[in-house]
Design a protein around this ligand. Sequence first.
Ligand SMILES: NC(=O)c1ccc[n+]([C@@H]2O[C@H](COP(=O)([O-])OP(=O)(O)OC[C@H]3O[C@@H](n4cnc5c(N)ncnc54)[C@H](OP(=O)(O)O)[C@@H]3O)[C@@H](O)[C@H]2O)c1
Length: 280
Amino acid sequence: MKKITDLQGTFKLSNKVEMPYLGLGTYQADNEQEVVDAVKNALNLGYRHIDTASAYKNEEGVGKGIRESNVARKDVFLVSKLWNADQGYESTLQAFEETLERLGVEYLDLYLIHWPVVGKYKDTWRAMEKLYREKRIRAIGVSNFLQHHLEDLLEYAEIIPMVNQMEFHPYLVQQDLIDFCNVKGIQYESWSPFMQGKLFSLKNDIFRELTEKYKKSIAQIVLRYNLQKGIVAIPKSVHENRIKSNADIFDFELSKEDISYLDSLDKGERIGPDPDNFDF
Ligand SMILES: NC(=O)c1ccc[n+]([C@@H]2O[C@H](COP(=O)([O-])OP(=O)(O)OC[C@H]3O[C@@H](n4cnc5c(N)ncnc54)[C@H](OP(=O)(O)O)[C@@H]3O)[C@@H](O)[C@H]2O)c1
């Protein structure tokens, strides 16, 4: 098991870049004051990793939040994603510049291909490799790539993606894909660790038992479950109290049995689109 220490602890990517294993998600956080405050509060509370995307239409606010925080840009692990309509070699290079401009930064720590648009993602990857080689991005990766997408990309890629960001929670474990990524040295990262909030309304005895046993909330148990499985997590909240409590997970450890117990909830249930069947 990888060592989990504190909010600024990291997992080392295949290129030796350190990626903080807990970050702040910003999907559906408004570009106006909402995302500015969420990012600023998270950084001031000790978070060092912020996840955004061109598709979230809040990159300006994310950049503003970083500048308004007490944390220097160089100490933030900043992630954005290339949107589907921008896939292709030249359009990726162009979209990357626009993302930097909106964020008001000189470089990204991690840039991801948001979805595996078939027929496009190889040319896109060539552009990502170029930007990486030019040191415009510290690490490059993908999102929503199933094993067959990764196998196809790996046959072509000169640089193996460092990260794969996937929907992951106890109802959608995809352990085979996690194992495949681990073997290839691709860091697994979860999106929607709380099923966009749905997890909290599920009537589930396992959650009740674990919250009583560890005296922690469902959110905290689920995030700890991510980290102990070696998975980077980026829970989203725009509320300071939740941003704070989601990071209060470094004073307890789930037993191996309880991790297996949570794994056993897997139903293959998605909250988001299927990477093999999306139309955007
Ligand atoms: N690569 C992709 O395709 C992809 C897709 C989806 C998401 N993502 C990334 O992953 C991040 C996380 O996923 P997500 O935003 O979809 O969903 P999520 O993190 O699973 O859930 C967010 C929801 O949970 C609520 N929440 C957060 N902490 C809580 C707590 N302690 N108690 C109760 N409710 C709580 C939030 O409400 P409030 O904000 O009102 O507190 C929000 O409604 C995104 O923000 C985004 O950065 C990536």
